[in-house]
Design a binder for this molecule. Structure first.
Ligand SMILES: *[C@@H]1O[C@H](CO)[C@@H](O)[C@H](O)[C@H]1NC(C)=O
Ligand SMILES: *[C@@H]1O[C@H](CO)[C@@H](O)[C@H](O)[C@H]1NC(C)=O
Ligand SMILES: *[C@@H]1O[C@H](CO)[C@@H](O)[C@H](O)[C@H]1NC(C)=O
Ligand SMILES: *[C@@H]1O[C@H](CO)[C@@H](O)[C@H](O)[C@H]1NC(C)=O
Length: 959
């Protein structure tokens, strides 16, 4: 009787230890562990012989120091029950002991053990069968390199905590692990588990569920409603997890919910029965419908991330209930309407607001009460009115948080800078580009001493630029292009130690003072009175050894020439146009057929040439319903042309993806081969990279030949380039992974990446694409490749393909690597000579710059140093991985998409997880994304097993 009650209290003591551990309640832990130590010391128990020998064998295999006497009192990593003679081990804790090798089988001999903690080591191999350790309550093997399947745990009915996160476990989530009715914490995140999420009906006690980044597919089970005790659920970074989210109206305790970076669609649940929701992260999905109104009634909501759900529409509802809101990101959605000003002012602890890339029309005029603001970014909306009044820096000192970053660019804001803005002495970044702002810059600008970037191009600011700008000791970039500034360029700028980029084009400045031309390491862009744009880049010792490095020639003239020659070409070829070998019944039924007469009407009799495709001119056209199309006329009479034509029609009428150019129809009449596509009004990536700076501005031997500053395209920003690359990569990923058999594009290049009005990239020209033989599996395709006649474009060709005639999806990856080098350098892949470098080709040139830490020397000067360096390095590294000589060593397009997405986020700076105080916010870290690419997946990519996947949900055109 007495023993029994002793057992009871001790068991509850042990449970207390566990609870204390879980809750991280230091005091409780201290008290209880002191109790345990005392009892262990008092009884001097010897271990049962079997456990004693098992302990010794584990000590040797894990290289732990020998103990003297009773291990229960003398080995720190062991805790015994202290209840019986001989004693039993209750807890083994070898966390972060640099253990290597496999988990010894002897560990399963501790039949009484409650807690087994081997977290944070480098253990590999499989997880042993623990089914004899029936008392186990806490199993923690997290942060190792364990592989193989998760073993069946069904007999371990007392488990309350399972942590297997951050390993290499695979083979799916066993349903048994979801059958533990006592389980409170289940952490499986960061394992390549794969497969669907099992039903969750029996997780009656579960509070924390983490399934982040486990390659889950299928849908979120409806039974998620059954984990009623849940406070934290993480499902993010499972890009194949699709379908809709259940309403989750039973989850009344939920505090953290994260399903960001998946492929979920449908409506966003408003979680209206949930009492204390703190974080909701559903970013980077495909949710649609209206912004859920009830969501903004959660008084405790602190972090809200709904960004990058391009179909999420409606207006942002009344936010006045959001008393706790600190961060709200709803950028890159389709939100419209006005932001309710008085309501937003109530969220007085609001720190970060990201609303960019929406269609919002107004912004509150007065935010002076939001004294904790750190960042506001509303660029790319249609906001009108004046810029808002902001809390002055002095008010913020008491809070210790400071307004650091403002981006109001690409809106219709008017008026001048509000006077409160001249007090933002902690502001680091002010971006007001492309608005209708006017007035003069007050000398008080000199108070913004933290400012690193001041960008106000494309506005109507006037008057002289205040000399006081020379007080901004931290200023790095000053962009005043396209305003009405007059007078002298402030000489005081020469004193700024960090200023490296000064962009002055298209103002009425009187000239550039010599003192600036002699300043070291400064890039100046300036348009002179003859409308010639001059870029100066001074060296470490000033211009004396640097040089005026070039002049951008007019591209308007060049484009006229292209257009004219295209027409001539067309006319010439058109005469020779001969019988094709195709007839309408060769064509797939899904494709719409047009008559020649219709084509004439659509193109207004071939009125407007908009480009030249591989085989002929492309005309602008308009269907009867007003839809704009590109009409590509194939001026070819060869058999091959006919095959390619048919190939493209067949492929494109079957393949649909938002990042593939879609086929509207075709015309086969009178042996003409005409294809109609969606009109891509912004041309190709190639146009944007090369027509904005047709001459090689880093070539000092190439003084100007032409004069016209008019350019067809503004140079693309780094962010836009990344965005284009990501979308193109997604199109290719679709061809490689979601088509069965996979489609190899074979002609990936910047001129085959087309852009919509909103610069959404789509891959086009699938004429020579190749589909692997129907009976070949994907692996065979990767191994042996499709043998075929060499086609493609010089400079982009996979060396493995043209030397060994080995065509695989990795050939596209190679070509895509070239496209990445193009967006970085704005140099054509065929380039063979490089200034100040003996490199023979672009790969060596960039590789050399990367290894000597001189990346700046290869980056396109038209980026004007406006990029995040880490992000740039990440993209350069990715490009070089894609360009590896051996196809099997190149990443998959999916890996490329992931890393580029991360690079973009870094560049935007809005998902910097280190900056948040909330450890529960599960935004991925750089390493998480890079690691799989740079280590295991490249090696294993060719052997990775594929399966037919259902089309991702963003298959339907979202824009
Ligand atoms: C594990 O290795 C690291 C690095 O070698 C070392 O700093 C650390 O002290 C080691 N930890 C233990 C417990 O031996
Ligand atoms: C469990 O214990 C029994 C009895 O000692 C033994 O025969 C069996 O092999 C053990 N099972 C495992 C998986 O260790
Ligand atoms: C599981 O826990 C219960 C209650 O705490 C206990 O009575 C039972 O003995 C435990 N089972 C095992 C196998 O240890
Ligand atoms: C889900 O993943 C598993 C394992 O990775 C795979 O076998 C299965 O076919 C996939 N299911 C779907 C629908 O993609």
């Amino acid at each position: 009787m007495a023993t029994e009650s002793l057992l009871d209290t001790s068991t509850s003591k042990a449970l207390l230890v566990k609870k204390a551990h879980d809750m991280n309640s230091g005091l409780l832990l201290l008290v209880v562990s002191t109790l345990l130590l005392c009892s262990a010391a008092r009884m001097q128990a010897a271990l049962v012989p079997e456990e004693e020998s098992a302990l010794e064998s584990i000590r040797t295999s894990f290289n732990q120091p020998k103990w003297t006497g009773d291990p229960c009192s003398n080995a720190q990593w062991i805790t015994c029950s202290g209840l019986s003679q001989p004693d039993n081990v209750w807890k083994l804790n070898l966390e972060k002991q640099n253990l290597t090798g496999t988990i010894p089988a002897d560990i399963t001999k501790f039949r009484q053990v409650r807690e087994l903690i081997l977290a944070g080591n480098r253990l590999d191999g499989q997880i042993p069968d623990f089914s004899n350790m029936t008392s186990l309550q806490n199993l923690d093997l997290s942060d190792n390199n364990l592989s193989g399947r998760i073993p069946d745990t069904s007999v371990l009915t007392n488990l309350t905590r399972i942590a297997l996160n951050r390993n290499q476990l695979s083979g799916g989530i066993p349903a048994s692990i979801f059958n533990h009715t006592k389980l409170e914490i289940l952490l499986l995140q960061d394992n390549p588990l794969g497969g669907p999420i099992p039903e969750l009906d029996n997780l009656n006690s579960l509070q924390i569920l983490d399934l982040t980044n486990i390659q889950a597919n299928g849908t979120v089970p409806l039974s998620i409603e059954k984990i009623e005790k849940a406070t934290e659920i993480y499902l993010g970074h499972n890009p194949q997890l699709s379908g809709t989210l259940p309403a989750m109206s039973n989850l009344i305790h939920l505090k953290f919910f994260n399903a960001g970076f998946c492929a979920l669609s449908g409506n966003i649940p408003d979680l209206k029965n949930t009492g204390g929701l703190e974080t909701l992260d559903l970013q980077m999905n495909d949710f649609s419908g209206d912004f859920p109104t009830a969501l903004l009634r959660h008084e405790s909501l602190r972090l809200l991330y709904l960004n990058n759900n391009p179909r999420l529409s409606g207006s942002i509802p009344d936010t006045s209930m959001l008393k706790s809101l600190q961060e709200m990101y709803t950028n890159d959605c389709n939100l419209t309407g006005e932001l309710n000003s008085p309501a937003l002012r109530k969220s007085i602890i609001l720190q970060k607001v990201g609303l960019w890339n929406n269609r919002l029309e107004t912004f509150p005029l007065d935010l002076v009460n939001l004294t904790q603001l750190v960042q506001i970014d509303v660029h790319n909306n249609t906001m009108t009115g004046n810029l808002p009044d902001l809390p002055a820096g002095v008010d913020q000192i008491t809070n210790g948080v400071y307004l650091k970053s403002l981006n109001f660019s690409n809106n219709h804001f008017s008026g001048g800078l509000p006077s409160s803005w001249y007090q933002l002495s902690y502001l680091e970044e002010m971006v007001l580009d492309s608005n209708n702002l006017s007035g003069v810059i007050d000398p008080a600008i000199g108070t913004l001493t933290s400012l690193k970037e001041l960008r106000i191009r494309n506005n109507n600011f006037s008057g002289p630029m205040a000399e006081e700008v020379g007080l901004l000791q931290n200023l790095q970039i000053l962009d005043l292009r396209n305003n009405q500034f007059s007078g002298n360029v402030p000489r005081s700028l020469a004193n700024l130690p960090n200023l490296h980029t000064l962009l002055l084009d298209n103002n009425r400045f009187t000239g550039i003072p010599d003192v600036l031309l002699n300043k070291s390491r400064l890039l100046i862009s300036y348009t002179n009175n003859d409308n010639i744009r001059i870029i100066y880049a001074t060296s470490a010792t000033g211009l004396s050894t640097g040089a005026k490095i070039g002049i951008v020639i007019g591209v308007l003239a060049a484009s006229v020439i292209i257009a004219v020659s295209a027409t001539i070409l067309y006319n010439r070829r058109h005469k020779k146009f001969d019988a094709g070998q195709l007839s309408a019944h060769d064509m797939p039924e899904a494709a719409k057929s047009f008559s020649l007469k219709e084509i004439k009407a659509i193109t207004q009799n071939h009125k407007r040439v908009i480009g030249k495709g591989g085989f002929g001119p492309v005309y602008f056209g308009k269907l009867v319903d007003g839809k704009e199309v590109a009409v590509k006329v194939r001026a070819t009479d060869s058999k091959q042309g006919a095959e390619e034509f048919l190939n493209e029609v067949r492929l494109l009428s079957r393949l649909h993806h938002r990042n593939l150019v879609s086929l509207v129809g075709y015309c086969l009449e009178s042996h003409q081969q005409i294809l109609l596509y969606d009109y891509m009004s912004k041309g190709t990536l190639y146009d944007h990279l090369y027509q904005s700076s047709e001459s090689d501005i880093s070539n000092p031997d190439n003084p100007s030949s032409s004069t016209n500053e008019m350019s067809l395209h503004e140079p693309l920003t780094w962010k836009t380039r990344l965005d284009i690359a990501i979308n193109a990569a997604r199109g290719l990923e679709y061809l490689h992974k979601d088509c069965n058999p996979p489609v190899i594009h074979r002609d990936v290049k910047s001129s085959n990446i087309l852009l919509t009005e909103k610069l959404l990239a789509k891959v086009g020209d699938l004429g020579i694409s190749k589909q692997a033989d129907e009976q070949h599996s994907r692996e065979t395709l990767n191994d042996s490749g499709v043998s075929t006649v060499i086609k493609g474009t010089f400079g982009y060709l996979d060396p493995e393909y043209f030397t060994r005639n080995r065509l695989t999806t990795k050939s596209d990856v190679y070509s895509f690597g070239m496209v990445l080098l193009e967006i970085i350098t704005a140099k054509k892949p065929q380039t063979q000579k490089f200034v100040h470098s003996s490199a023979k080709n672009i790969i060596d040139w960039v590789q050399g710059a990367l290894s000597s830490d001189q990346l700046e020397s290869v980056v396109d000067p038209n980026l004007f140093n406006e990029y995040d360096r880490e992000s740039m390095i990440m993209v350069v590294e990715t490009a070089l991985l894609c360009l590896r000589p051996k196809g099997t060593k190149r990443p998959e397009m999916g890996d490329v998409v992931r890393v580029l997405t991360k690079a973009l986020q870094m560049d935007l700076g809005y998902v910097d997880s280190s900056s948040t105080t909330d450890s529960h916010r599960r935004v991925s870290k750089t390493a998480d994304l890079i690691a799989p690419l740079t280590s295991s997946s490249i090696v294993s990519s060719s052997s990775r097993s594929f399966s037919l996947q259902s089309l991702p949900s963003w298959d339907t055109d979202a824009r």
